[in-house]
Ligand binder design. Structure first.
Ligand code: F6P
Length: 369
């Protein structure tokens, strides 16, 4: 018989994604309906591990009043970070060096001291891997899948993805006319880490002529040939959508910064590289647009908003049913629960045999292979 819940906490970790506030409101409301208190941890677990940074409290109570009218807002009212892994926390030493430190025991004892019976952890692969490890250490945890990248396994989609794809599609739509007017090649770089979901979905929806994703190592000669073929047919402009993690057949992934303690490597820059090279190989005027963090901002689409609310309330139901160590997932038409250990450390890449990719090929889009 699991201990009845009186008080839960929620944290949001990793890069922000549209829909986080809708999840927070859903969790707070569903908890309040059960007579539970809900507390929000600031900036991942930083509110607990570095409380001195928060004069008004690193962990704050969230009532219905605090979450009223926030579902349509981007960002997260409790903040997030992709630097605060409690199992690999960067602790600065007196000599200035940084030591990779496991501070997870401190976290667990905080929950015990504060009378917090369970945690709802909202995040992507990194945060859910941490959630799984905390569960293994005895904490009651339920995960909620968040990321614009849609690269989490065992769920059809994550909230944030639809908003990112919708915005990227609108941007590509807008670039058609200017590219056409100037007879240019436009290269559009989108986020997605090592998965090509955003590039693939937005590229096809926006009518791109070439789409380069990490799952298919690309040969720029193929892309240049596609652009020349279009030119020969009198279609004097082309749009190339490239995922930030796209991999040249010969060469390296473009990085902005190497990984450091508690922080993954930062991808970016492939758009500029491709733009320069395509200009050289085709002789065409070329411009590069990096959508970057614009994809993480703005109001969640209704799909993401609803997904976030379904996930948030389902997380509370899971705790009410005595579950722990699970992630809420979307398995059409319903949400279900999957073990966090089935998700932790895994990545959902675009399957090479999926029909969306086949759709792109049948539409004549070049994938650089
Ligand atoms: O995982 C979400 C994401 O937006 C990735 O697509 C991107 O590589 C990364 O976060 C960028 O993170 P940041 O610039 O916040 O460190």
């Amino acid at each position: 018989m699991t201990k009845p819940i009186r008080r839960i906490a929620i944290c949001t970790g990793g890069g922000d994604a549209p829909g986080l506030n809708a999840v927070i409101r859903a969790v707070v409301s569903a908890a309040a309906n059960r007579g539970w208190e809900c507390w929000g941890i600031r900036d991942g677990f930083t509110g607990i591990l570095q409380p001195h940074l928060y004069p008004k409290g690193g962990v704050v109570q969230l009532t219905r009043e605090h979450v009223r009218g926030i579902s349509h807002l981007g960002g997260t009212i409790i903040g997030t970070t992709n630097k605060g892994n409690p199992f690999h926390f960067p602790v600065v030493q007196p000599d200035g060096s940084v030591v990779d430190t496991d501070r997870s025991d401190e976290l667990i004892s905080y929950f015990v001291r504060a009378g917090i019976d369970a945690l709802v952890s909202v995040g992507g692969d990194g945060s859910l891997t941490i959630a799984n490890e905390l569960h293994r250490k005895g904490l009651r945890v339920v995960g909620v899948p968040k990321t614009i990248d849609n690269d989490l396994d065992k769920t059809f989609t994550t909230f944030g993805f639809d908003t990112a794809v919708s915005f990227a599609t609108e941007c590509i739509d807008r670039l058609h006319s200017t590219a056409q007017s100037h007879q240019r090649v436009m290269v559009v770089e989108v986020m997605g880490r090592y998965a090509g979901w955003i590039a693939l979905h937005a590229g096809i929806s926006g009518g791109a002529h070439a789409i380069l994703i990490p799952e298919i190592a690309f040969d720029l000669d193929k892309v240049a040939a596609k652009i020349k073929e279009r030119d020969a047919e009198g279609r004097l402009y082309s749009l190339v959508v490239v995922a930030e993690g796209a991999l040249p057949r010969e060469g390296e992934r473009a990085l902005v910064a190497e990984a450091e303690i508690g922080h993954a490597e930062r991808l970016g820059g492939i758009g500029e590289q491709i733009g320069a090279e395509l200009a050289r190989r085709t002789g065409k005027d070329t411009r590069v647009v990096v959508l970057g963090h614009l994809l993480r901002g703005g109001s969640p689409t209704s799909f993401d908003r609803l997904a976030a609310m379904r996930f948030g309330t389902a997380a509370v139901r899971a705790l009410d049913e005595g579950l722990s160590g699970v992630m809420v997932a979307l398995a059409f038409p319903n949400v279900n629960y999957v073990g966090l250990e089935e998700v932790a450390g895994r990545m959902k890449a675009v399957p090479l045999d999926c029909d969306t990719l086949q759709t792109g090929r049948d539409l004549g889009i070049c994938f650089g292979d």
